[in-house]
Write a protein that binds this ligand. Sequence first.
Ligand code: ISL
Ligand code: CA
Length: 554
Amino acid sequence: MNKKWWKEAVVYQVYPRSFKDSNNDGIGDLRGIIEKIDHLDQLGVDAVWLNPVYKSPNDDNGYDISDYQAIMDEFGTVEDLEELMELLHQRNIKLIMDLVLNHSSDEHQWFKESRQSKDNPYRDYYIWRDGKNGGPPNNWKAFFGGSAWKYDQKTDQYYLHLFSPKQPDLNWENPKVREEIYEMINWWLEKGVDGFRLDVINLISKDQRFPDGKKEGLAGHEYFANGPRVHEFIKEMAANTFNKYEAMTVGETPFVDKEEAIKFVKEEREEFSMVIPFEHLEFDRKEGWDKITDWDLTELKDLMSEWQYKLQENNGWTSLYFCNHDQPRIVSRYGDDGKYRKESAKMLGTMLHTLRGTPFIYQGEEIGMTNISFDSLTDFDDIETRGYIKELQEKDQLTQKEILEIANYRTRDNARTPMHWNDSKYAGFSESEPWLKMNSNYPEINVEKDLSSDDSVFKYYQKMISLRKKYPVFAYGKYDILLEADQNIYAYQRQGEQNNLLVLLNFSENDADYDLNDQLEIKQAELILNNYQKEADFELKSSLRPYEARVYLY
Ligand code: ISL
Ligand code: CA
């Protein structure tokens, strides 16, 4: 096992639009992040990943880029970004940028040219096809609803957009596109950026026959996810860019299971440092976005275990996360955002920081922020939610109230509400009305409050992060599951060179008994982390309190 800084790191994700607004226009910005570096430093994180900050008309909040080498007007300037990077580096915090390479904005110069004529030099920068039988070229569906093809009158052809029509897919088959992309990446690397998170990077190679999709789920995904040339393209890109700088790379990879994951992250293959898995966040949406399903802890345990074993056996690495800008708040999903909010937030955090991989904390998770509840369907900003609402209204099987309930549970806006810094109006995020509604619970849940209390979620995260730094077993220890069939407790050990860890996590709101006598022979162990004030002695047979998390060192 090779040691790497990013295997020992904890990454903090900043969604710039909602982190801190420095000039009171209601929108978070780069100077706002600069103002809050102390918060990151205090928490103890090693790297910051910024969601896209490039020039963009914001059809999908920055994931539609119109200029890869300029900063969005509302966020600031390239100089602000350089200053932020410099200040982070002074505190030994690395900077990870987001790279959106599967698509650009339709307002990018390349696309403006491309749509002009069939013989424009930029035509093949995008994917254009003739229609079929008066409709689109095939049945592929877009992630945000509807067909993945949009008709363009000017040249009487369709272009492919796997996301919104304002996000046309780039044509990676064209070597000129690849060269331009590599040049742009190197421009950022030369500035000193330490790594990248690569948006939906496993979608860049499409089956060039463009057949109709036949599998269940998003139509066509078997032809555009993990496509024929995906590894060839990634190897070429890595060799020409990241690997020359030893940059950290995080591939965002929907439709990837543990077998596919290995192909991206097995160290010898020199593709990515790690991937962003999805399967562990799909338990409550197995029957689709519009149906909330019950889920079972043993399923989650099995899945986590399979990934853990597969990766450690194959010398591969992964990111560990529950929250990001696309996911509702985890404490409202797998935890309890009422009575046991603090306990369950800490317990879920413990899982992320004690498995084998690199933990990613999403802003607000470190204070246990919860989902929001909008009163009206018009409150939603998220383009994905608006797409689904439209589809559901057209299907006409659910009442407006039912649609509102589902949208509130699912919406990516849950993660995107402004950060809670204190209990003043607009929570210290801004002095003007924010771009998205605030969660009304900010007077109870905010950073200032957490800093002044000993048993806060923040203080617990701080401790967890410092423990990871102190004991290499957190990063490098071998994973083994315990109490495999237990329905309430997720238990595992990590075996390291100097020490071992025993992790016990109660996912239920009741006390849960356990007996490890058959599985372990430990007499003494030190409790190094516990989310209850009154600490428990070490015993192989005992009971956990509601949402209790314990980490023992031995
Ligand atoms: O967010 C999702 C589930 O709620 C996915 O459908 C999501 O769109 C997918 O995981 C890809 O996400 C990434 O690319 C999108 C962008 O909207 C997301 O914010 C980004 O993380 C298109 O660039
Ligand atoms: Ca601002």
